[in-house]
Design a protein around this ligand. Structure first.
Ligand SMILES: Cc1cc2nc3c(=O)[nH]c(=O)nc-3n(C[C@H](O)[C@H](O)[C@H](O)COP(=O)(O)O)c2cc1C
Length: 156
């Protein structure tokens, strides 16, 4: 499979993940890399079959549940066969609140499903508590430095 394309995917209930996703997309584009940004509600899991890199920013709601709009995506992703997503690189930024028993559960599950499906984690998942700015900045900067290296390897 010839994989092509970068995508930021977000799952949100009240918009936090969307704001972060748009910020990440803009920074990736500033590297000269074309990158989409979509709510997982508008994405078919089958689209992951052709992408090269996907960056997921997703919150947790209810009692460890996905945001409402992300339920179907997570359900389908949980059933993807082992190795189907081989060759796909990914990173996950999980939003949550450690006051809840199932802290960042949705992001943890998405990470687990992608890994089971054979996708390759570019970096460790970050489980982010209610103070978001600093952990997000650190996660984003690390991811951007990895992407910078990918670009320079391709250009060399
Ligand atoms: C009603 C409610 C339920 C929540 N449930 C969880 C939970 O089970 N686990 C968790 O880690 N965070 C939970 N959170 C925290 C949210 O995930 C967190 O506020 C996140 O930043 C929201 O991001 P969003 O605006 O993108 O949806 C909950 C928040 C609310 C208001």
């Amino acid at each position: 499979m010839n994989r092509k394309g970068y995508m930021v995917l977000y799952g949100t209930q009240t918009g936090t993940a969307e704001d972060l996703a748009v910020e990440l997309q803009e920074d990736i584009r500033e590297l000269g890399i074309e990158c989409g940004c979509e709510n997982v509600f508008d994405v078919d899991v089958a689209q992951l079959d052709s992408l090269e890199k996907v960056f997921v920013i997703i919150s947790t709601w209810g009692d460890g549940d996905p945001p409402d709009d992300a339920e179907d995506f997570c359900e389908v992703l949980s059933k993807v066969n082992e190795n189907r997503l081989k060759g796909l690189d990914y990173a996950v930024f999980a939003l949550g609140d450690s006051g809840y028993e199932l802290f960042c559960e949705c992001g943890k599950q998405v990470d687990k499903y992608l890994s089971f499906a054979g996708a390759h984690a570019l970096m460790d998942r970050v489980d982010c508590d209610i103070d978001i700015d600093e952990p997000f900045r650190e996660w984003k900067e690390k991811l951007l430095s990895i992407l910078r290296e990918c670009v320079s390897v391709v250009e060399a």
